[in-house]
Write a protein that binds this ligand. Structure first.
Ligand code: SAH
Length: 346
């Protein structure tokens, strides 16, 4: 296992994945019944954007760095707010625990606070969203109470130094009755994860193979929740085991929401994935893809995809607004996105 997410934390692919995850978590916490989040490949939980790995790659500048200063339409901002509020809360207090050493305090008190639910919003299709007048309304400004001038130059109100991985993001949405199980196999990443998410009785961090965990922890006692499956795809093996593992889990817990992330370096593996998902017989599967640059097998990651099984009923509409907006905000050219049902709904 060579993959270290610290190089990629906060890049465009994290932004798409985490913005979508935040929509799912917002939906889950909109009902009083308890939910469980199961993160099979959790990573370190928190990432130091000024640390060696993130600085060396610089990927986050074109991801979260760009998003928080981009002019964003109102409707889009409302959908991103739960995600961006977590990022903002984490950075205001900034008690960062390094992923490798991990000896200081834990995630800020503020990030424990449930993010605000987005205001009720009549969702429109992407075209309508595009026509809404663009406003510079980054989360940073919004969280600082900025609601004013339409065209003042975007600027951050604080330095962006810490980025939440999927388990830290999920934690911010937990209420007293909700639970999070975060699994990580690589020892250093696990040590950081355990430290970063410590002292919270709602959360279990477990050093376990995520594929084993997927089979072992479903169905959860709550019977509602989300499984996040985000392996590193270091070789072809992760693509190969995705569908089989999902099928097994789905057989045990058919009503769970499953969020799968995959890289796009060419069409062969993503298309094969879609074909086998179609054959799986799983009834409701939504696919969202975003490319911010030309994709190639050798070069840096240009695109990524998400598979959402049993998406909350509002998610397809929400993504139809978010995807084009993210494509615009995160890419200067060659951007591409698509949203379709692999099974069900059409
Ligand atoms: N989900 C995280 C990023 C995870 S990156 C986020 O969104 O913030 C993928 C992680 O999977 C890496 O930390 C890697 O160490 C871990 N990993 C690799 N193989 C694994 C396995 N078999 N089981 C669990 N974790 C694994």
């Amino acid at each position: 296992m060579n993959y270290r997410h610290a190089f990629h934390a906060g890049n465009f692919a994290d932004v798409v994945k985490h913005a979508t995850l935040a929509r799912i978590l917002t939906h889950l916490r909109s009902k009083p019944a308890a939910f469980r989040a199961i993160d099979t490949h959790a990573g370190a939980g928190l990432y130091d954007l000024s640390g060696e790995e993130a600085s060396r790659s610089g990927e986050w500048h074109a991801g979260i760095g760009r998003l928080v200063t981009a002019p964003i339409a109102h409707a889009v901002h409302a959908l991103l707010k739960p995600y961006l509020d977590v990022v903002a809360a984490l950075n205001k207090a900034s008690p960062f625990v390094p992923a490798e050493a991990g000896t200081q305090g834990q995630i800020s008190e503020q990030s424990e606070r449930p993010p605000d639910s987005p205001p009720s919003l009549k969702l429109r299709r992407a075209k309508a969203a595009e026509s809404i007048e663009a406003r510079p309304a980054s989360a940073l400004r919004a969280s600082a109470g900025w609601e004013g001038a339409r065209r003042s130059p975007p600027q951050t109100q604080y330095a962006l130094t810490t980025y939440p991985g999927s388990p830290a993001l999920a934690r911010a949405f937990l209420r007293a009755q909700d639970r999070l199980v975060a699994c990580e196999l690589e020892p250093k990443a696990f040590a950081a994860l355990a430290h970063n998410l410590a002292r919270d009785r709602r959360i279990k961090t477990i050093a376990i193979d995520g594929w084993v965990a997927l089979n072992a922890y479903v169905p959860p006692p709550e019977r509602r929740g989300v499984v996040i499956i985000d392996p590193p795809y270091e070789d072809g093996a992760d693509f190969a085991r995705l569908v089989q593992s999902l099928e097994l889990a789905h057989r045990k817990w058919a009503s769970g929401i499953y969020l799968l992330w995959y890289p796009i370096k060419g069409r062969q593996e993503p298309d094969a994935l879609a074909r086998s998902l179609k054959r799986s017989g799983i009834a409701r599967i939504l696919r969202a893809e975003l490319a911010v640059a030309a994709t190639s097998v050798q070069g840096p990651l240009g695109g990524c995809g998400l598979i959402i099984v049993n998406p909350p009923w509002t998610l397809a509409d929400e993504l139809s607004v978010l995807l084009p907006a993210l494509a615009k905000a995160l890419s200067s050219r060659n951007s591409n996105h698509r949203l379709d049902w692999i099974a069900g709904e059409n």
